[in-house]
Design a protein around this ligand. Structure first.
Ligand SMILES: NC(=O)c1ccc[n+]([C@@H]2O[C@H](COP(=O)([O-])OP(=O)(O)OC[C@H]3O[C@@H](n4cnc5c(N)ncnc54)[C@H](O)[C@@H]3O)[C@@H](O)[C@H]2O)c1
Ligand SMILES: O=C(O)[C@H](O)COP(=O)(O)O
Length: 635
């Protein structure tokens, strides 16, 4: 569904941008004035720049700032700003503190109102006055906000990395572009991680408060040393790798778990990539730097803490909800976790009665109120990064940091729709077959088509394959605009090849195959032509994506649910046994296909299931004597 919604919105975003041609031309004129300030990043997927307008307009320096603790004050200032607005310019609402450099950029192309601490109701009441909204992490840009804008809001700029406070699905559905500022606060977040690590180890916060209450407790606050201790960095992205580098400087032994990180990049700074369980078992200190995604939500829970060394110390500057906070409270009480240093919470700000609040109050916890990105330097950098992206978007450009906004001609989208669905599903399935900690770096895509090169636009397909490969292990949102950018940033190289097909050129593609190279597979039969590669091939049949090959085995299973793949010794009676085990778990089989090499030899069976299949049922299937290997893949 997400794919189809994304495609539908590709058209809507285009229409939306066309409908504001006047605004765009105006902004483009002003953009000329900004040419030296606003460097708009373009990637190969961007398609357009409108003709430059010859008229020049006066620049309006119109900024109003207010804190909305008093509604009356907000209203008065808002009315004043309305009176002095230049009606020819776009309107931008800045709802959280933004650095002056960014405001200067925005002021030159738009009417800017800075109104802080708005409640969600107040934001909804005002939003239909604005073409753009700039937020940090405190403003919740919910579906209600997008709906209340009644189509006026064209761009949301998140002045920071995490976009978990913006309802991206609603933004896309309602034709609003969302951009973020992914790089400018990396160093600040890493520095804060190190500050928490050292402050926690040496009891800086509690001993300071003890002294302020007149005490001198030298024996109570004996700390632990960092040198020669093992730090596990969970998430080796921008912030995690910077924390690792700094911790090495403190003499720590650094290991990291990140299912997507490049081993070469880790090795270059002397970091060993390890499995999740290995990281837990070996760490004296754990520092969290993964995004909040459905997979990472509460990934630190009772089970996880049980696998840690007793007395481990935990730092979190990522997102509060990656920890089950109730479980952390239990682990702190039992001594499994000796200390925790937390910058982020499941509920921000924590309120009396919730687990976040109980953690802040715990004697072995030190806490800061989401300060990771809060340095003067980072906030100036973030402000410039987001202002450039928003100014560019208002001018009709697509910034490299756009997180939703495919721009492809409607007729290409219509023709390729079932193939892009197939492409994303192939990416999503193939990456789930990877095992080990080597990381995905090289992917080869082969399009079998009877079309001439110029008649097959593979950008959408490639973008959707990237989306399928990257999204399950990241909080990155991949679309046509940012797919190449994100893949490159992650060191992922996607090579594309064409294989001629005999069919009619009316059909864009006969098949697509995705090969992840130089990785181990958790399903040996999916190995392609090389032992360290994984290949899946798919086709579109009657408008529906099908899996057509697993490694060198032919199968035929419709990709409209989840998939069980297994290799069995070819023998009668197996289908009945597998069917009844699934039936006992109320799992409906939507499709089944058997692909074998020779009679009586190994066969690959692909089963489509409507429902999720429980771990217990998967285990029962694996225990059938004729089954040699089995995987369950979610779509
Ligand atoms: N406290 C703050 O003020 C602050 C400031 C900046 C960033 N952040 C947060 O820090 C986190 C990291 O930011 P970043 O800029 O480094 O992002 P990033 O995308 O560069 O890095 C995230 C890394 O996590 C990895 N990952 C994904 N799933 C994982 C899993 N299950 N286990 C381990 N690793 C996994 C990804 O492969 C990626 O390398 C984000 O949640 C971000 O919102 C917080
Ligand atoms: O994701 C981020 O960029 C950080 O959590 C910073 O959030 P902030 O902009 O609210 O400080």
């Amino acid at each position: 569904m997400a794919t189809i919604a994304g495609l539908t919105m590709a058209v809507n975003v285009k229409e939306m941008l066309q409908s504001v041609t006047g605004l765009r031309q105006q902004a483009q004129c002003n953009n000329q004035l900004l040419a030296s300030r606003v460097s708009l990043h373009k990637n190969s997927l961007e398609t357009r720049r409108q003709p430059v307008c010859s008229r020049r307009h006066s620049v309006v320096m119109n900024v109003t700032t207010t804190h909305s603790s008093s509604p009356a004050v907000t209203q008065t200032l808002s009315e004043q700003s309305n009176q002095s607005r230049n009606p020819d310019l776009a309107t931008v609402l800045v709802s959280e503190k933004l650095g002056d450099g960014g405001l200067d950029i925005l002021r030159k192309v738009s009417n800017v109102d800075c109104i802080y601490n708005l409640t969600n109701e107040e934001l909804c009441a005002k939003i239909s006055d604005y073409d753009a909204l700039i937020v940090r992490s405190a403003t919740k840009v919910t579906r209600k906000v997008f709906e209340a804008s009644k189509g006026k809001l064209k761009v949301v700029g998140r002045a920071g990395v995490g976009i978990d406070n913006v309802d991206l699905e609603a933004a896309t559905e309602l034709g609003c572009l969302v951009v973020n500022a992914p790089t400018a606060n990396t160093v600040a977040a890493a520095e804060h991680g190190i500050a928490l690590l050292t402050a926690m180890a040496r009891n800086v916060a509690p001993s300071d408060s003890s002294m302020k209450s007149g005490k001198w407790e030298r024996n109570k606050y004996v700390g632990v040393s960092l040198v020669d201790k093992t730090l596990a960095v969970m998430g080796f992205g921008k912030v995690g790798s910077e924390v690792a580098r700094k911790a090495k400087g403190l003499g720590m032994h650094v290991i990291s778990h990140d299912p997507y990180a490049s081993a070469d990049r880790a090795r270059a700074i002397g970091v060993e990539l390890v499995s999740f369980d290995d990281a837990l078992a070996r760490a004296d200190f754990i520092s969290l730097h993964m995004p909040l995604t459905p997979t990472t939500k509460k990934v630190f829970n009772d089970d996880t803490f049980r696998k840690c060394k007793k007395g481990v110390r935990l730092v979190n500057v990522a997102r509060g909800a990656v920890i089950d906070e109730e479980a952390l409270l239990r682990a702190l009480d039992s001594g499994i976790v000796a200390q925790a240093a937390l910058d982020v919470f499941a509920v921000e700000p924590p309120k009396g009665g919730d687990s976040s609040f109980a953690l802040v109050q715990h004697k072995n916890v030190i806490a800061t109120p989401h300060l990771g990105a809060s340095t003067v330097e980072a906030q100036e950098g973030v402000a410039l990064e987001i202002a450039e992206a928003v100014a560019g978007a208002l001018a009709g450009d697509l910034a490299a940091t756009a997180v939703n906004a495919p721009m492809v001609p409607a007729e290409v989208i219509a023709e390729l729709t079932p193939y892009v669905v197939l492409a994303e599903k192939l990416g999503r399935l193939t990456v789930q077959l990877v095992s080990g900690s080597a990381g995905v770096k090289q992917v080869k895509v082969v399009y079998k088509s009877s079309r001439d090169d110029g008649d097959l636009d593979t950008r959408l397909l490639r973008a959707r394959i990237s989306k399928g490969l990257i999204e399950p292990v990241s909080d990155a949102i991949i679309n046509l605009v940012n797919a190449d950018y994100v893949a490159k940033q992650r060191g992922l190289k996607i090579s594309e090849e064409r294989e001629p097909a005999d069919g009619e050129s009316g059909v864009p593609l006969e098949s697509v195959s995705v090969t992840i190279q130089d990785v181990e597979s958790k399903f040996a039969s999916a190995r392609g032509d090389h032992s360290r590669s994984i290949t899946l091939e798919g086709k579109v049949k009657d408008g529906v994506p099908h899996l057509s090959k697993v490694g060198n085995f032919s199968v035929d299973v419709s990709l409209d649910g989840n998939v069980i793949l297994y290799r069995q010794v070819d023998q009668p009676g197996m289908i009945g046994k597998v069917g009844s085990i699934l039936g006992e778990d109320n799992v409906n089989i939507s499709f089944m296909s058997v692909g074998r090499t020779l009679r009586g030899q190994a066969a690959i069976v692909a089963i489509g299931t409507d429902e999720d299949v429980s771990d217990a049922t998967i285990q029962k299937l694996k225990e059938l004597p004729a089954i040699e290997e089995l995987v369950f893949l979610r779509l």
